[in-house]
Design a protein. Structure first.
Length: 166
């Protein structure tokens, strides 16, 4: 197989910057968070050299919602926080020493902007990592319950009427 004369130079021109970037990269952040929170989102960060975790996973809730968090880490202790738009800690979790994972209990949040970020240990040795999943379920409006109860009442009324006619 023969190569084009300039092909080798182009390949080197592409690979050298990529290799240099890989050597200087300290961490990689992987995130599905972007804008409005879907029903399930995930994020993770890996340190390629000893350093600090810098991942911030921002999202928006359009409605009042219940948010549940599950995650894991390679570190014995990592605290993870859920913050609102004013940088106030709304909820947090410390990963367990024995299982290296933990979950938030469900948190009810109003519509607005929020983000997840590591609290401590904010740094770790080479190849330290964490990964998490965030689930959102919309909280029904009060009128939804009222309509549900009205429907159940109508079914009960219809059943009673049929029994009395029989």
């Amino acid at each position: 197989m023969t190569q084009e004369p300039g092909m080798k130079k182009r390949l080197i021109a592409v690979l050298v910057p990529v290799a240099l970037a890989a050597v200087t990269a300290q961490a990689a952040v992987f995130s599905s968070f972007e804008g409005e929170h879907d029903s399930v989102e995930s994020g993770s960060e890996i340190l390629f050299s000893a350093g600090s975790f810098d991942g911030i996973f921002a999202f928006t809730l359009g409605n009042d919602s219940r948010v549940t968090f599950t995650g894991g880490t390679t570190l014995p202790r990592l605290a993870f926080g859920l913050f609102d738009a004013t940088d106030e800690l709304v909820s947090g979790s410390i990963f367990s020493r024995s299982t290296y994972q933990n979950s938030f209990t469900s948190v009810l949040l109003g519509a607005g902007d929020y983000y997840y970020a590591p609290l401590f240990a904010r740094s770790g040795p080479r190849f330290s990592s964490y990964s998490f999943e965030s689930r959102v379920t919309t909280v029904p409006e009060p009128h939804t319950y009222a309509l549900f109860l009205a429907g159940i009442g109508m079914l009960g009324f219809a059943a009673k009427r049929r029994l009395s006619q029989a």
